[in-house]
Design a protein around this ligand. Structure first.
Ligand code: AMP
Ligand code: ZN
Length: 136
């Protein structure tokens, strides 16, 4: 399904032009217009899924196959020395376009970007409580 008024539906399906790097039946990979680094790309499914929760498992697997292909191209053709995959889900996590997308951010020495977090210092009890909540 496509969603009316979803800009990434329109881009993924070619209704709005984009700097396309790769396309197949399921996905379009485009350059991000507000790139973190040179070559920052987005993997967009052509079907509308708001986020990872809505994404079918098979499509999730296929996203990683596309990411792998593009990662090799970025390394070999752009000469990046590292790569971040970033995928935001929900307002609170920084998602601004509510059509699933995977960021591919090539990294270069002195690119001036920092993608990370402040490490916490949990007690063992807290880790165990979380483990119990999540482990089957
Ligand atoms: P997120 O914050 O994870 O939802 O990421 C949205 C990304 O989409 C941002 O990095 C934007 O720069 C990018 N973006 C928004 N509109 C467009 C567009 N029309 N074409 C390409 N990239 C876009
Ligand atoms: Zn959409």
């Amino acid at each position: 399904m496509k969603k009316d008024n979803c800009i990434f539906c329109k881009i993924a399906n070619g209704e709005i032009p984009s700097k396309t790097l790769y396309e197949d039946e399921e996905f379009r990979v485009i350059l991000d217009l507000g790139p973190a680094t040179r070559g920052h790309a987005l993997i967009l499914p052509k079907e509308h899924y708001a986020d990872l929760y809505e994404l079918p498992e098979e499509t999730a697997c296929d996203v990683m196959k596309v990411a792998k292909k593009m990662a090799v191209k970025m390394r070999d053709r752009l000469g990046c020395e590292g790569l971040n995959l970033v995928q935001n889900n929900g307002d609170l996590a920084g998602q601004t376009v509510f059509h699933f997308h995977m960021h591919m951010i090539p990294r270069y020495a002195a690119d001036g970007q920092k993608i990370g977090w402040k490490p916490g210092e949990p007690e063992e009890e807290e880790l165990e409580e979380i483990r119990k909540a999540l482990a089957d």
